[in-house]
Design a protein around this ligand. Structure first.
Ligand code: 39S
Ligand code: MET
Ligand code: ZN
Length: 781
């Protein structure tokens, strides 16, 4: 490393491993193939490799405790002993068995439930899981109760600090800040305020800091991403109070408070009053923060400049960035600066060099975690005045120009079509009431019609066949035959059990977003660009680099084949534009809204071809619509407007008699119900079983007129619900909605489940619907 450099921090790095080594170890352990000791050794190997890699790439502020076997929020719950009674762990340190029971449920054995996310079954249920801010990463929701006390129950941050130190790495341990941690949690009693637990919680943090200081740690990183949200006065006071206490009662250790995923806005004065040694700011999402920090009267504060995008994969124009940062650094003083990514590198893949099949120009535009760390190191040297990096800076500038001027990113036909979008493009021919009448006559469905959300189990056999096809050991014809057989079996089975509206099962898809990315122009995709989504589950987000269009039909052949096998309606299955956008890495040279409209036009083409082929029902999934909401409410309306607009662009080209379905999971609808209604889907299926239908209150209060399938089967659990339970859920739904509005379906797709779980559960679901029909007066359907 050059002597002439500013400090370089990463805030955290991907922990899954370049080849998903952690996934292999975890799933091996859960399946009983490897021992606990082997799992822990594999994990330690990944940590050691991560530290060594960062050091060799020039990181000077190396994080520890950014690793997790499952999730860093769960680690924090365990660290402070926030372990609900059902997991009944009196032991300290908390065992791995308890840890995985919290993550995945404990139905079968101590290793946690079968592959996939856990259970609300006979044993202990898994903790609730939800989205980490506006990312596709999920955390385990902490559970608090009145009278909750905390105590140090896991020494993970201390152990991992020592582990690194023994290997020769001085690290900055990462902890989730106490206020963010409490605010992410929930309580069964809605009147109970988790923030009231702050003082007791701080006690544990002080103990951790003391242990770390004693062992030689001089800095710790406290992640407080809640600083970018709309905070009430109580939360702000809690922040001030927490860090006051840590400063007064804690050891002499420097705290870097990290904010990320947005600007500080009206929380800036609070952030600047925190009695801490450092503040990390996200200059990618909030460029204006730079000036705000310069003019702040905190000459003692070390500022960590989040300058390289931790949420996207494009190489940075370091030359331009240096010009932007130079004056700021001159004002702040070099000794007060650290150079960092905007947020932890957890959200980008590990190493672009593993991609051997990407077009070389596109590959050259990309930076994954390893390349981003190199960029940070180069930038830190440039800002310190090191002339030796001039060449690297110039090259990064060339790459940016290259990408911006590449003929690959522009398609004149797309521009023409974009200009032709008008009011007619985004509106169905008739209002819902007229469409519903036409569709009722067309489909003649029974009351409480049954359907599923799309995917059936992605078994090892299906994944292996796809892998064999990709390797070339299975040819196109064999793979096609295999998929046809899987599809035919699924269709026959759905007919046998008496579902009303069938699906083809999505066996041909690796992932609901990646599959579409692979077949649309304007996207590139990776072989190893895995990003953790939850636990051992990963995704390879497609890379959207240029104007999007659909060269040829994507799903029509599969739909036609599946429909040829049955007389029942075969629901066609697409992923919507907002979800494709939110689950991809997206070009940053034009606004996201514009990119999304391009995707919407491409999906509209597919919708049109499906309709022409005879599809009468077309589902367009928008699972990630809510997740894309900006952290600040003031920015919601703008987002919801263009997101809803894109859905209407893709779905409005069909005749009144064609029924448009959509599906959303993980959504709280209260504050976005206007936007949901404006999407004007004929039928929406949503995840509601865990909330006991409470999510439907939003639809009731709004008097939402269109049809709704509230999930009656929690697909995140291997547990098989009885038809009586499902009927109880429907009864709760009927209190909120008209019978004529209701569909019966699971919460989400069934890809992560096993057939042994899915078969009896869906049989029970169909019986539930039949019993409901028998018990109710002839419906007005
Ligand atoms: N993009 C996206 N985001 C989402 C969801 C989603 O479905 N997609 N659902 C929600 C929950 N998140 C989820 C994220 C991932 C998975 C998931 O099942 N991921 C699979 C990978 C899916 C995939 O890409 N499969 C490929 C590759 C499978 C694979 O690993 N193949 C092996 C070889 C075959 C084998 O041994 O399994 C290999 O490449 O090494 C395929 O089927 O072709 C996993 O981690 O195991 C599920 C839910 C929210 N966010
Ligand atoms: C995460 S939403 C999943 C929707 C998709 N159609 C499926 O059934 O898998
Ligand atoms: Zn879903």
């Amino acid at each position: 490393m050059s002597l002439l450099s500013l400090p370089v921090a990463t805030l955290g790095t991907p922990r899954i491993g370049p080849r998903r080594e952690l996934k292999v170890a975890l799933e091996g352990y859960w399946a009983g193939r490897i021992s606990e000791q082997q799992l822990l050794e594999d994990a330690a190997g990944l940590r050691a490799a991560n530290w060594a890699r960062q050091k060799s790439l020039g990181v000077t502020v190396i994080p520890s405790n950014d690793f997790s076997l499952y999730d860093q929020v769960l680690d924090t719950s365990v660290m402070v002993g926030a372990i609900p009674e059902v997991y009944a762990s009196k032991a300290e340190p908390v065992s791995l068995k308890t840890y995985f029971a919290m993550a995945r449920g404990s139905q079968y054995d101590g290793r946690g439930a079968s592959c996939g996310h856990g259970s609300r079954g006979d044993g202990a249920p898994a903790q609730e899981m939800t989205k980490w801010f506006d990312t596709n990463y999920h955390y385990m929701v902490p559970e608090f109760h009145r009278g909750q006390t905390f105590r140090l129950s896991s020494r993970k941050p201390i152990d991992e600090y020592e582990e690194a130190k023994a290997l020769g790495f001085q690290t900055r341990p990462v902890l989730i800040g106490p206020v963010t941690f409490l605010k992410l949690g929930k309580s069964a009693d809605p009147a109970f305020q988790p923030l009231s637990l702050l003082d007791d919680l701080i006690q544990v943090y002080i103990e951790v800091l003391q242990e770390l200081a004693k062992r030689g740690a001089n800095w710790v990183q406290f992640d407080e991403p809640c600083l970018v949200l709309d905070l009430d006065e109580e939360s702000r006071q809690s922040l001030l109070h927490a860090y006051d206490r840590l400063a007064k009662e804690g050891p002499a250790i420097k705290i870097m408070v990290a904010s990320y995923f947005g600007g500080l806005g009206d929380n800036l004065p609070t952030a600047l009053r925190l009695p801490v040694a450092g503040l990390h700011v996200d200059l990618v999402r909030a460029p204006a923060l730079l000036d705000q920090i310069i003019t702040a009267k905190r000459s003692d504060l070390v500022v960590s400049l989040g300058a390289i995008d931790g949420r996207n994969v494009w190489r940075t124009n370091l030359s331009a960035l240096r010009q932007r940062l130079d004056p700021a650094i001159a004002k702040l003083g070099k000794d007060r600066i650290q150079i960092a990514p905007s947020c932890s590198l957890l959200h980008v893949p590990v190493d672009v060099e593993l991609e051997t099949e990407l077009a070389s120009d596109i590959k050259g535009w990309l930076a994954f975690s390893v390349q981003k760390i190199r960029e940070l190191a180069t930038l830190a040297r440039a800002l310190a005045g090191d002339q030796d990096v001039a060449g690297a800076l110039a090259q990064s500038e060339r790459v940016t120009t290259d990408r911006g001027t590449s003929p690959k990113i522009r398609d004149a036909d797309v521009a023409i079509r974009m200009r032709a979008i008008n009011q007619a493009t985004r509106r169905r021919a008739s209002p819902f009431a007229s469409r519903a009448e036409i569709q009722r006559k067309r489909f003649k469905l029974p009351a409480f019609p049954t359907t599923t959300i799309g995917s059936f189990p992605q078994t090892a056999e299906v994944r292996n066949a796809r892998a064999a096809h990709a390797r070339g050991t299975m040819n196109d014809g064999q793979y096609d035959e295999f998929l046809k057989e899987e599809t035919a079996r699924a269709v026959r089975w759905q007919e046998d059990i008496g579902l009303d509206v069938l699906v083809h099962g999505e066996f041909e898809r690796n992932d609901m977003v990646q599959y579409f990315g692979e077949q649309l122009a304007g996207f590139a995709f990776t072989k190893n660009g895995w990003v953790q989504s939850y636990g051992s589950r990963c995704v390879r987000p497609p890379i959207l680099f240029g104007d999007v269009s659909r060269p040829k039909p994507i799903t029509v052949g599969w739909w036609r084949y599946a429909q040829s096998l049955t007389k029942k309606p075969m629901k066609a299955m697409l992923t919507g534009p907002v979800t494709i956008l939110n689950w991809s890495f997206v070009r940053d040279d034009i606004p996201r809204a514009e990119v999304c409209r391009q995707i919407a036009l491409a999906i509209r083409d597919e919708v049109g071809d499906l309709e022409n082929a005879g599809a009468a029902m077309i589902q367009i999934d928008e699972a990630a619509l809510r997740e894309g909401l900006p952290p600040r409410r003031s920015e919601w309306t703008a987002y919801l407007e263009w997101a809803g607009d894109c859905f209407r662009i893709c779905s409005s080209g069909v005749a009144d008699q064609t029924q448009i379905h959509t599906h959303m999971c993980y959504s709280e609808f209260n504050d976005i119900i206007d936007a949901i209604a404006a999407m004007d889907a004929d039928v929406i299926s949503i995840e509601t079983s865990r909330s006991k239908m409470e999510l439907l209150d939003a639809f009731r209060n709004y008097k939402y007129p269109n049809q709704i399938g509230p999930g009656v089967y929690d697909i995140h659990s291997p547990r098989v619900p009885e038809s009586s339970e499902m009927k109880e859920l429907v009864a709760l739904a009927r209190k909120r909605l008209q019978d004529s509005q209701l569909w019966i379906n699971p919460d989400c797709g069934l890809k992560t489940r096993k057939w042994e779980e899915v078969r009896p559960a869906l049989v029970n679901m169909v019986s539930a619907a039949r019993e409901l029909r028998a018990a109710s007066t002839p419906a007005d359907r």
